[in-house]
Design a protein around this ligand. Structure first.
Ligand SMILES: N[C@@H](CCC(=O)N[C@@H](CS)C(=O)NCC(=O)O)C(=O)O
Length: 216
């Protein structure tokens, strides 16, 4: 059994959840929901497991704690059989890694910075160092990121090329978060991005991950 510290509806834990759903192994996972709005992650016990004090986190049977979403999803991809999400060949692995990093920088982290700094974020008890100008700059960065991925998808079916991968999951969860929490909608003229998103939303993994309530 693997323990997954989740906070449903937020992009980084949703990346893990969708990866687990793609592998079809949710029945082998104990899920602990952590309410970030209530600061349930800001405890000494949690900090001992993850000094970065962020979700997601997984804890293995031997007590090994793994944080950082890309590290967690690498572990999941290499532990469970089935669809390969992080690539097979050296070239594929590198491109997926590169595009996933772009997905983090241009969408997930950028919209996260806007949410934390230019909106109430997780609330006054959690958002202790807000900087509105920094947040607003990241809204511009997010919209640029959406336009970038739209251009990518004009010439290939998936974010990292011909096959579905972790890079798709990363961008997809970032866009969902953007529309759900800070209410930054994907511009409708980005049709390649919109069409791709509709295809990803049809995957059983996306549907399963979307099927729970959030904390707000
Ligand atoms: N680099 C980390 C980022 C994780 C992260 O920022 N998670 C957010 C939720 S999506 C979080 O736990 N935030 C807690 C907080 O802002 O206090 C990763 O890839 O896992």
């Amino acid at each position: 059994m693997l323990t997954f510290y989740d906070s449903h509806g937020l992009p980084n834990p949703d990346r893990v959840r969708i990866a687990l759903e793609e592998k079809g192994v949710m029945d082998q996972v104990t899920v602990k929901q952590v309410n970030l709005w209530k600061g349930e992650h800001r405890t000494e016990a949690f900090r001992a497991l993850n000094p970065s004090v962020t979700i997601p986190l997984i804890v293995l049977d031997d007590g090994t704690a793994i944080s950082e979403t890309t590290a967690i999803t690498e572990y999941i991809d290499h532990t469970f059989p089935g669809i390969r999400l992080t690539g097979e060949t050296a070239r594929e692995r590198a491109i997926i890694h590169m595009m996933q990093r772009r997905g983090e920088q241009k969408i997930v982290d950028a919209i996260g910075a806007y949410f934390h700094h230019a909106t109430p974020g997780f609330g006054p008890g959690i958002e202790l160092n807000q900087n509105k100008a920094w947040g607003e700059a990241h809204l511009v960065k997010t919209l640029d990121g959406m336009r970038y991925f739209d251009r990518v998808l004009q010439s290939q079916p998936y974010i990292a090329g011909a096959r579905f991968s972790m890079a798709d999951i990363t961008v997809y969860t970032g866009l969902n978060f953007s529309e759900t929490y800070p209410k930054v909608v994907v511009p409708r003229d980005l049709t390649a991005l919109g069409d791709w998103r509709a295809r990803i939303a049809e995957r059983p993994s996306s549907k399963a991950a979307a099927g729970e309530t959030d904390f707000t």
